[in-house]
Design a protein around this ligand. Structure first.
Ligand code: FEO
Length: 398
C-alpha cells in the first residue's frame, strides 16, 4: 500500500520482512526496497525494487496514477536490489522514459536488454521539471557504486538518497518517528559498517553535497524515511565517515577446546574492569554483520584463534577477510590464541592485523593447550592495556 510523504509524493516500494541474507549480509530485521512516486503535471517514479517485487511496486503505483500516466523512471543506482525489476517495470509503463546518467546506462546495459526503452541521459547540474516541482540530480559516485546519485525535490525538501542513510529494517513503519529509533540507528550503523565503510570518502562527499541542500526529509532506498530525527542520522554519518571511535574494546575469538575462549573471557574482563565498554563476540555465534558493526567504532580489538592445521580457524579467517575488505579505521589491537604442538593461530591473526596497519600493542598472547593462572593474569592485564589505549584513542577523537 502506498504511503504519503507529503502532498504528491509517495512511497511505493516493497517490504521484504523475511529476508535474512542480503548477498551475505545477515538481515535480522529483513529489509525494504524503497521506490517513490512524485506526482505533478508529469509523474516520476524514483527507483524500482528487487526482481520479484515488481508486482507490488506496480500495484502501489496504480493506486495513485494509471500506469500509462507515469512519464519518467529515475534510476539512482543500478544495483539489482533497486534496478532488478526494471525490465518488468519499463514494460508495464508504456509512456515512461528512463532517466539516468551515462555511467548508470552503461551499467544497466550490462544487466539488461534496454533496446526497447526510451532513455534520457542526464549530467551534472541537470534538472527534470515535472510542473510545479522539479527534480534535481546530484552525482554521488561510489556511494555506493560508480553510477550512484541522489535525486532532490527542492519544493518539498525531499532528498531521495539511494543507499546512503538506509537501513536493512523491514518493518511496517515507514518513518523514523514512528519507529524504535535506537533499533533504526543500530541498523543504520550496521548498514554503514557492512556496505558503505570502504567508501567513506565518497560518502562524506555525498553528505557534504546533501548538506548544501535545504533538506527536510531523507528518503533512502532501504528502511525508514528520516523526517523526525535527521539530526541523529546526519550525526551518525558524520562520525562514521570520519572513522570516529569510542571507548570500546571488542574481543573476537574462536575456540576448539575452550582455551582460547578462556583467554578471551579474561581479556574482556580486564578491559571491562578498566572502564571500557566491552563486547565479547565468539565468531561462530555472532554474524559477520554484527561483528563489522561492533568493530567499526571500537577503539581497540583483540582477536584470538587457536591453531588448526598450522593456521587460524576457518570462521576467524572469514571474519578477518571481511574486516580487511571493509577497511575500518585502525584499532589498537592484540592477537591471541592457544596451540598444541605447532603454532600458527595467533601468528596468523597477527599477520592480518599488521596488514590492516592496526596498532599492535603487545606480542601475541599464546598458551599451550590450557591456560595457567599466570596466562590468565597476562590476558587480564592485556585487556586493561587495551582499555587504556581505547580511552586514549576515543579521547583523541573528541
Ligand atoms: Fe541497496 Fe547498493 O544497493
Amino acid at each position: 500500500m502506498p504511503v504519503s510523504l507529503c502532498d504528491g509524493v509517495y512511497w511505493v516500494g516493497a517490504v521484504d520482512a523475511g529476508l535474512r541474507d542480503f548477498h551475505g549480509y545477515e538481515t535480522d530485521r529483513g529489509t525494504t526496497y524503497n521506490a517513490y512516486l512524485v506526482r505533478d503535471r508529469e509523474t516520476a517514479l524514483i527507483d524500482t525494487v528487487k526482481k520479484g517485487f515488481a508486482g507490488t511496486l506496480l500495484a502501489n503505483v496504480a493506486e495513485i496514477v494509471p500506469l500509462d500516466k507515469v512519464d519518467w523512471v529515475v534510476c539512482n543506482h543500478a544495483e539489482p536490489d533497486h534496478a532488478g525489476s526494471l525490465p518488468e517495470v519499463m514494460a508495464a509503463l508504456p509512456n515512461a522514459t528512463l532517466v539516468c546518467t551515462e555511467k548508470c546506462r552503461q551499467t544497466l546495459a550490462l544487466f539488461f536488454d534496454m533496446t526497447a526503452w526510451k532513455v534520457r541521459i542526464i549530467g551534472p547540474g541537470d534538472t527534470l521539471p515535472l510542473g510545479d516541482r522539479t527534480l534535481e540530480f546530484v552525482q554521488t559516485p561510489l556511494a555506493h557504486w560508480p553510477e550512484s546519485m541522489f535525486t532532490f525535490l527542492p519544493q518539498d525538501g525531499v532528498l531521495f538518497s539511494m543507499d546512503a542513510f538506509g537501513q536493512h529494517y523491514g518493518t511496517p513503519e515507514r518513518f523514523d518517528n514512528a519507529s524504535d529509533l535506537d533499533a533504526v540507528m543500530d541498523e543504520a550503523a550496521a548498514y554503514y559498517a557492512n556496505i558503505l565503510l570502504p567508501f567513506g570518502t565518497p560518502t562524506a562527499k555525498a553528505m557534504a553535497a546533501a548538506e548544501k541542500l535545504p533538506v527536510r526529509m531523507i528518503a533512502p532506498s532501504h528502511g525508514v524515511i528520516w523526517r523526525g530525527h535527521l539530526d541523529r542520522i546526519l550525526a551518525g554519518y558524520k562520525a562514521w565517515t570520519a572513522g570516529a571511535v569510542c571507548n570500546k574494546v571488542v574481543v573476537l575469538c574462536d575456540t576448539m577446546w575452550g582455551a582460547t575462549e578462556r583467554m578471551a573471557e579474561e581479556l574482556a574482563a580486564g578491559a571491562a574492569d578498566a572502564g571500557a565498554e566491552t563486547v565479547l563476540l565468539p565468531v561462530r555465534k555472532a554474524s559477520l554483520t554484527r561483528i563489522a558493526r561492533e568493530v567499526m567504532d571500537a577503539a581497540a580489538v583483540a582477536v584470538g584463534s587457536p591453531t588448526v592445521n598450522g593456521g587460524i580457524m576457518p570462521q576467524m579467517g572469514a571474519v578477518l577477510t571481511h574486516l580487511q575488505g571493509l577497511k575500518p579505521a585502525p584499532k589498537a589491537a592484540v592477537a591471541f590464541g592457544a596451540y598444541g604442538w605447532a603454532k600458527g593461530g595467533a601468528e596468523g591473526v597477527q599477520t592480518v592485523l599488521e596488514a590492516m596497519r592496526w596498532e599492535i600493542i603487545a606480542e601475541p598472547l599464546r598458551v599451550q593447550y590450557r591456560p595457567t593462572e599466570d596466562d590468565l593474569r597476562r590476558c587480564r592485564e592485556t585487556g586493561a592495556q587495551l582499555a587504556q589505549k581505547a580511552a586514549e584513542k576515543a579521547g583523541a577523537g573528541k
